[in-house]
Design a protein around this ligand. Sequence first.
Ligand code: PMP
Length: 361
Amino acid sequence: MSSVYNFNAGPAALPKPALEAAQKELLNFNHTGMSVMELSHRSSDYDAVHQQAKQLLKKLLAIPDSHDILFVQGGASLQFAMLPYNLLSSDKVGQYVLTGSWSEKALKEGSLLGQTNVLASSKETNYTSIPDLSNAVFSDKDAYVHITSNNTIYGTQWNTFPDISQAPLVADMSSDILSRNLDVNKFGIIYAGAQKNLGPSGVTVVIAKKEIIESANTKHVPTMLRYSTFSENDSLYNTPPTFGIYLLGKVLEWVESIGGMDKLEQANEEKAKVIYETIDQSNGFYNGHAEPSSRSTMNITFTLPNEELSKRFLSLAKERGFVGLNGHRSIGGCRASIYNAVPLEACIALRDLMIEFQKAN
Ligand code: PMP
């Protein structure tokens, strides 16, 4: 199949212009006579790539000078450990808001390294919503408050972020970074695996307040698990994932070319609306997992009246060139991941397919 509707949850669709730009210079990058993958990471040609990706990210997300941008490997999953390694001292407590499997995994890593607490959770209602923090009790012993801004598996998202003054707010933004405007000032640390909105897998972006990096007690933390190692060496302490960072730069150039974050946010809302309206107007044939107030603009999760219909729908979708609509193996049903690079046309095609299938059944 030469062209498909890619609704993969991650790795996911990348903007075609970014891939084409990379294809064009794959064999001869910037007249170097070699691909970007073959350049030394200490060369000036690579350094330009590295700095451009950082600068563009800083500009697009309006990252203030108080925060550093780090390129780390190990995925968001390594950040689950890196965070407590750097911030969780023996007299402090890591606070976690549970909104799905990824926050559970983050909590598990924190618990391996120190004291943790569940500040709020929506587990009892099968993670259909983002819990209310109005009754949460904060303390000056809190090392940080960890949230997952978008829950890739359950299809819920924080629509507004809490103002927390007692401890740094830390967010796993793997599945919604760069999808909407953001006030980075609210966060001590933001981290995201690149493979949804930013680029290919292999790079993890960490945006961390310099003050937090500098004050972390890392005497017994392995070098590669310290934020300071990355910040002091401009993420070049060891060999960074050069091709991933290069492609991140291409993706960011694409974001800029289409008009930046305002345009992207607007487009993402429009795309999500097309599918949520189809769910809402189906008289219960399609049943959205997330409560409307917690709906994600990135991952739309829904079920059909029974397993048999669900299977038939997914099989018809596959036949018609839709890829990645199966729900995560842990909750089943269907999931449409509509990250930045998924065009509105793909969402309209999905809406049409959903309506056609409902009429026929
Ligand atoms: N957090 C979230 C919200 C995710 O969606 C994922 C991956 N799908 C992860 C963490 C884990 O990321 P990685 O595979 O990069 O470790």
